[in-house]
Write a protein that binds this ligand. Structure first.
Ligand code: NAD
Length: 315
C-alpha cells in the first residue's frame, strides 16, 4: 500500500506512521513543522522515533503548495491519503481564524484536487469532535445536527467535512472524515490538557482550571485512535463520517485527580472562568464506528495516563 500521510511529524501522525511502517506500507510524509502550537524540535523527535521503525520518504513542504503536492503524488503512485495536517487547538483559533481556515480548508482542498488530477480517489481526513459544538444531546452521533460550531477551529473542520462530501458528490471516490475525541498519550501536543497538567503537577506548579471541574471529555488513548484510523483506511467506501472516541466521559476534576495519583504529587488548582470556544461536554456515540469499522477502544483513562507518565519521564 502506498500512502501519502500529511502531518506525519505531529502527535497522531507519527503514531500512525509507526503503525504503517510496522505493516510494511510505503509512506510519503509531508509536514512543514508548522509552529503555531509547538516547536519544531518535538516534531523532529517524533520523526526520529518513527525512523527507528523503518524507512519513509519525508517532504518538508506545505500542503497548500500545489506544485509540491503534485510532485509527491507523481513520485509515489499513491493509493490512499491519510490527511492529518492542520492547525489544531480551539482557543488559539479565536485570534487566528484566517490562518486556521487557510491551512485546514484550503490545504485540504489542494490535497483533494491534486489527488484527483493524479487519479487518487481514497482519502481519510482528520475532523474533530469539536464540530458538535454545544450539542446537548448525548452521546454525540454522526447524524446529529452540527450547524453550530463554537470556534473557528471547529468551523474549519466542519468546512473540511463539507468539502469532502462535495468532492465525493462531484467526482466519486471514497472519503472518510474521522471525528477524533480529545486524543492523549505519549508525544501528545504539549499545550493539551493531560500533557500540560502532568508537567505542572510534576513541577509542583499551579493548574489553571477553567470552570468548576465539572466539564467532561471523552478522552481517547493514542493506540485506540491509531486502531480506528487503520480500520477506516481498510474500510473506505463512498463518503462517510465516523466518531473515534474513548468510550467514557471523564470529568475535569477526576482527570486532574488521576494525573496527580499517577505522578504521585498533589495538584494545586486555581479556578478560572470558562474560556470562550470551550464546550461543557464531549461524548462519542460509537455505535456506527463499532458496527461498520469494528472499532473497539480498550484503554482506560488510568491505564492511558500511566503509559503517558512512563513516556513523560523519559522524554
Ligand atoms: N489531538 C487531538 O486531540 C485531536 C482531536 C481532534 C482532531 N484532531 C486533528 O487530528 C490531526 C492531528 O492532530 P495532532 O494532535 O497530531 O496535531 P499536531 O499539531 O501534533 O500535528 C499536526 C501536524 O500537521 C503539520 N502541519 C500543519 N500545517 C501544515 C501545513 N500547512 N503543511 C504541512 N504540514 C502541516 C504540523 O507541523 C504538525 O506536525 C489534526 O488535523 C487535528 O485537527 C486532533
Amino acid at each position: 500500500m502506498n500512502v501519502l500521510l500529511t502531518g506525519g511529524a505531529g502527535f497522531i501522525g507519527s503514531a500512525c506512521l509507526v503503525e504503517m511502517l510496522k505493516r510494511d506500507w510505503h509512506v510519503a510524509v509531508i509536514d512543514n513543522f508548522e509552529s503555531t502550537l509547538y516547536e519544531r524540535e518535538r516534531k523532529e523527535s517524533n520523526l526520529e522515533w518513527a525512523r527507528s521503525h523503518g524507512e519513509f520518504a519525508f517532504y518538508e513542504d506545505d500542503i497548500r503548495d500545489r506544485e509540491a503536492v503534485r510532485r509527491i503524488y507523481a513520485d509515489h503512485n499513491i493509493d490512499v491519503v491519510l490527511h492529518l495536517a492542520a492547525v489544531a487547538g480551539v482557543r488559539p483559533s479565536i485570534e487566528l481564524a484566517p490562518h486556521y481556515f487557510d491551512i485546514n480548508v484550503t490545504g485540504t482542498s489542494v490535497l483533494l484536487e491534486e489527488g484527483r488530477a493524479a487519479g487518487v480517489s481514497k482519502f481519510a481526513l482528520a475532523s474533530s469532535s469539536s464540530v458538535y459544538g454545544g450539542n446537548t444531546k448525548v452521546p454525540f452521533a454522526e447524524h446529529d445536527p452540527v450547524e453550530e460550531p463554537v470556534s473557528p477551529y471547529a468551523a474549519s473542520k466542519l468546512a473540511l467535512e463539507i468539502l469532502a462530501r462535495t468532492h465525493v458528490h462531484l467526482h466519486g471516490g471514497d472519503v472518510t472524515c474521522l471525528r477524533f475525541f480529545t486524543v492523549y498519550g505519549p508525544r501528545q501536543r504539549p499545550e493539551m490538557a493531560i500533557h500540560k497538567f502532568m508537567r505542572i503537577i510534576d513541577n509542583e506548579e499551579t493548574i489553571p482550571m477553567y470552570g468548576d471541574g465539572s466539564t467532561g471529555r471523552d478522552y481517547t488513548f493514542i493506540d485506540d485512535i491509531v486502531q480506528g484510523v487503520m480500520l477506516s483506511i481498510e474500510n473506505l467506501d463512498g463518503y462517510n463520517v465516523y466518531n473515534l472516541g474513548g468510550d467514557k466521559v471523564v470529568l475535569l476534576r477526576e482527570l486532574i485527580q488521576t494525573i496527580s495519583d499517577v505522578v504521585g504529587k498533589p495538584a494545586n488548582i486555581e479556578q478560572l472562568p470558562m474560556q470562550p470556544g470551550d464546550v461543557p461536554l464531549t461524548n462519542a456515540d460509537l455505535t456506527k464506528s463499532r458496527s461498520e469499522l469494528g472499532y473497539a477502544p480498550e484503554t482506560s483513562i488510568r491505564g492511558g495516563v500511566e503509559k503517558m507518565w512512563e513516556w513523560f519521564q523519559k522524554a
